[in-house]
Ligand binder design. Structure first.
Ligand code: USQ
Length: 386
């Protein structure tokens, strides 16, 4: 297939591009390298020394004889350029990672809130408008988040894959059934942009019959995949700082440098997790199982297992001897929640999820140890408060 990967230089986009290229797909990465620029603004860096995009692509070609094309376009602001790129490449599928993906970053200030909304919502809308204007039959796959469902108690009923069947009471005592998008309950401006994306998808699917898959992904952990491990120039990024580092990778990084594990609040928050190797596998599955013409937006829950943060901290502590530090929670979030999630669609398509294991955790601590000299300890604690 011909595939455009928007945001193909990022943490999920880069390993996905390599994985799909390795499978024989023709890949064009479109990226404005904004994630690298945010690192400069925040005076931080990927723990792993990622190479410039052209070097990454050149090494991939030398290693595998497979070519990846690259275009530097800002999807949120350069509508005519993105439209031309889609017309020129004429892809079978577009995979959309081109969004600002950190909840804490989105909550630093009015500036970062506005940037996140402008960037994410306009990027999504520009892609939809371009596919519609060009009248192309392209499968759009979007990286959404489990966070659209919110993290309240879900009781006995598990979170379904995107849609909820409800009954509306009628004045005559009868009931009408309706299927609705699961009520959005975002916990940050970043998560809010993903719920706004969902409404845009709903409209363009209903009105223009666009074929769309929205992947509600949990917290990705790990760093390298089979392909990024092939050469040091292909290494994936690893965020450890308080704004972009995600919880399990941060605990593993902290344990490797004898820093206490920074648990926010009681640690009784439950979240959904998926390893980066499974994340790229899920994109492959989504690509191979597109919705058909006239189908509604297809939604998959892209997660492998749910865990309480304190349980994760205890596992890492037991494994490494790290101390656990309960911090005042900088975020406005429920102190305790259950998270029971249905993920049967991916399992039905053959995903056999990688579960948290000593081997996989060991791999992350080894990477941290190798690049400890690159860690700026002043950047470890989370600073954004809301
Ligand atoms: N947390 C800690 N200690 C830390 C960092 C985080 O206890 O040092 C806690 C947070 O307070 C929160 C939980 O861990 O309760 C998750 O935080 P996170 O930073 O790992 O993840 P989050 O902000 O939710 O966002 C990440 C990605 C985002 C993705 C989302 C999936 O950055 O792009 O959409 O995970 S999900 O969480 O399922 O919504």
């Amino acid at each position: 297939m011909k595939i455009i990967v928007l945001g193909g230089d990022g943490f999920c986009g880069w390993p996905t591009s390599l994985h799909l290229s390795n499978l024989g797909h023709e890949i064009t990465i479109i990226d404005n390298l904004s994630r690298r620029k945010i690192d400069i603004d925040l005076e931080t860096n990927s723990l792993t020394p990622i190479k410039p995009i052209h070097r990454r692509i050149k090494t991939w070609e030398e290693m595998t004889s497979k070519k990846i094309n690259f275009l530097n376009i800002n999807v949120a602001t350069d509508y005519e350029l993105i439209k031309k790129a889609i017309a020129d490449v004429s892809p079978n599928a577009i995979i959309h990672f081109a969004e600002q993906r950190s909840a804490p970053y989105s909550m630093i200030s009015a500036t970062t809130k506005r940037y996140t909304v402008n960037n994410n919502v306009n990027a999504t809308h520009n892609i939809l408008a371009a596919i519609s204007e060009l009248k192309k039959d392209i499968h759009l796959i979007h990286l959404g988040t489990m966070g659209v469902y919110g993290y309240g108690q879900t009781g006995e009923n598990p979170i379904p894959e995107g849609y909820l069947e409800i009954k509306i009471d009628q004045p005559d005592g009868s009931q009408v059934s309706k299927e609705i998008l699961y009520p959005a309950a975002p916990g940050s401006i970043y998560h809010t942009t993903k719920t706004l994306d969902a409404l845009l998808f709903y409209f363009y699917n209903k009105n223009d019959n666009l074929r769309i898959t929205d992947l509600h992904q949990g917290i990705v952990w790990g760093t390298n995949t089979f392909e990024t491990n092939l050469h040091e120039d292909l290494i994936n990024r690893f965020d450890y700082d308080g704004d972009y580092g995600t919880v399990l990778n941060r605990f593993l990084m902290q344990s490797a440098i004898n820093h206490p594990l920074t648990v926010h609040g009681s640690g009784n928050q439950t979240r959904a997790f998926i390893h980066i190797q499974d994340s790229v596998k899920c994109i492959e599955i989504a690509l191979n199982n597109p919705p058909q013409a006239q189908d509604k937006v297809q939604i998959f829950n892209q997660m492998s297992e749910s865990k309480k943060l304190i349980d994760l901290a205890n596992i890492v502590s037991k494994l490494t001897g790290a101390e656990i530090l309960l911090l005042n929670n900088p975020r406005n979030e429920a102190d305790c929640n259950e998270l029971n999630v249905i993920n049967t669609k991916f399992i039905g398509y053959g995903l056999s999820p990688l579960k948290l294991s000593e081997n996989l955790m060991y791999e992350v601590t080894e990477i941290t140890k190798k690049f400890t000299h690159r860690i700026n300890k002043d950047k470890i604690l989370a600073k954004a408060k809301w």
